[in-house]
Design a protein around this ligand. Structure first.
Ligand SMILES: [Ca+2]
Ligand SMILES: [Ca+2]
Ligand SMILES: [Ca+2]
Ligand SMILES: [Ca+2]
Length: 128
């Protein structure tokens, strides 16, 4: 069920992403449009997690729901990777990834309305 849902979201995102990249669209805007599955111009927690799980599953080459160092390549040496690896197992479980994404979400959602606007994301990533 979960995989079907993810596939549906991926298809929607791809369809939107299939539009020719607009010259004025920043990388952040592209990511935002991709993640905004229902097109209401804000990202809900569900949409953020959906994209995160999608990316996780793409990276998880052997499908065991754990990102081993060899699956993430040079990312494994990123301080963020060891930060997110809360049990210090040297690999990232899907639970660890979700916990991290939820923490990010709370941090970025500065007005605490439970959704992320492009503006909030822009401020968080220091673009705009
Ligand atoms: Ca949305
Ligand atoms: Ca794996
Ligand atoms: Ca771990
Ligand atoms: Ca918000």
């Amino acid at each position: 069920m979960k995989r079907i849902l993810i596939a549906a979201v991926a298809a929607t995102a791809m369809a939107m992403f299939g539009l020719p990249a607009h010259a004025e669209l920043s990388n952040l805007e592209i990511v935002f449009v991709k993640a905004d599955a229902n097109g209401d111009l804000v990202l809900s927690k569900g949409e953020v997690l959906m994209i995160a799980i999608q990316q996780f599953e793409i990276a998880d080459a052997n499908g065991d729901e754990i990102l081993e160092a060899e699956e993430v390549g040079e990312l494994a040496t990123d301080p963020e990777f060891s930060d997110n690896d809360s049990d210090k197992s040297g690999s990232l479980s899907i639970e660890e990834m979700i916990a991290e994404k939820l923490a990010d979400f709370e941090r970025i959602d500065t007005d605490k309305d439970g959704s992320l606007t492009l503006d909030e994301l822009g401020k968080a990533y220091n673009v705009q």
